[in-house]
Design a protein around this ligand. Structure first.
Ligand SMILES: NC(=O)c1ccc[n+]([C@@H]2O[C@H](COP(=O)([O-])OP(=O)(O)OC[C@H]3O[C@@H](n4cnc5c(N)ncnc54)[C@H](OP(=O)(O)O)[C@@H]3O)[C@@H](O)[C@H]2O)c1
Length: 253
């Protein structure tokens, strides 16, 4: 049950080994978070995260092996979340992969894998978990989208397109859920140094994982529907979104 400060006490994390998810959980552990189900592909990595979480005072941590590309596994994940948590206050969706947008590497399988990892898989999981939250009449779904969703860049257009799909899906779902007691929060970070971006050069307006953690928790306490990290990226992307394509494609990628 969310406490009086609207902070969740139980959470299911899809992409349970994500650095950004952990930053959010670290913040929530300082509030009232006590029970977590970590879902991800690799049990050993999940167990490592579970140990770190317990050391932060999250007393009940369970793990569930789930690859978001396994669409049939979405229902089993929702069942496992309900069984482990009883009441699901928060669903945090962090699974994602940059994939490749190199023209040489672009083929049917590569595109399908990136789109399934970033869009179809998370959307399927959210659909199943939304049913659980609707039945409870409460809960929040926080989804890590990206500023890349706002306008596809030539350097990573497959990733950007898949995040755009997820972002639009979550906005529409949030609107459809009005009145159900369930809300959907879309988070749009810019560049953050994590495992995903370890090999990439930094970008303007770069944030740290802790900035994302704080911004998400601040957004939850305000009842925000969209969270930009850092906040300055909101006006920046309002302009970049409408910049002429001839200019957009010349910007550093
Ligand atoms: N870092 C940034 O600059 C940035 C900016 C904007 C948005 N984001 C988004 O934030 C989210 C978290 O990213 P991060 O920065 O924390 O990177 P990360 O630490 O690499 O986390 C990515 C997570 O996605 C999981 N994942 C990948 N493919 C999966 C699959 N098929 N099934 C289940 N899980 C899968 C990874 O699990 P494994 O351990 O199994 O690989 C990992 O837990 C992603 O959705 C990313 O797109 C990141």
């Amino acid at each position: 049950m969310n406490d009086v400060t609207a902070m969740p006490q139980s959470a299911v994390v899809v992409g349970g080994t994500s650095d950004l998810a952990f930053a959010v959980l670290e913040e929530l552990a300082q509030r009232r978070l006590r029970t977590v189900l970590l879902a991800g592909r690799d049990r050993t990595s999940l167990d490592r995260v579970a140990v770190r979480l317990r050391s932060l005072g999250v007393s009940d941590v369970v793990t569930h092996v789930h690859d978001v590309c396994d669409l049939d596994g979405a229902r089993a994940l929702a069942d496992a979340a309900l069984a482990a948590l009883g009441q699901v206050d928060l669903v945090l969706v962090a699974a994602g992969a940059l994939g490749s947008s190199s023209l040489d590497a672009l083929d049917a399988r590569a595109v399908a894998e990136t789109v399934t990892t970033n869009f179809t898989g998370p959307a399927a999981v959210v659909a199943e978990l939304a049913k659980v939250l609707r039945a409870q009449g409460s809960g929040r779904i926080v989804v890590l989208s990206s500023v890349a969703a706002v306008r596809a860049r030539r350097a990573n257009f497959v990733y950007g397109a898949s995040k755009a799909g997820l972002d639009a899906y979550c906005q529409g779902l949030g609107d459809a859920l009005v009145g159900s007691g369930v809300t959907v929060v879309v988070v749009r970070p810019g560049f953050v140094r994590t495992a995903m971006t370890a090999s990439l050069p930094s970008q303007p307006f770069a944030a740290r994982p802790a900035d994302v953690g704080r911004a998400v928790v601040d957004g939850l306490s305000r009842g925000a529907e969209t969270i930009w990290v850092p906040g300055a990226l909101r006006p920046v992307f309002a302009l970049l979104r409408i910049a002429p394509r001839s200019l957009w494609r010349k910007l550093p990628q």
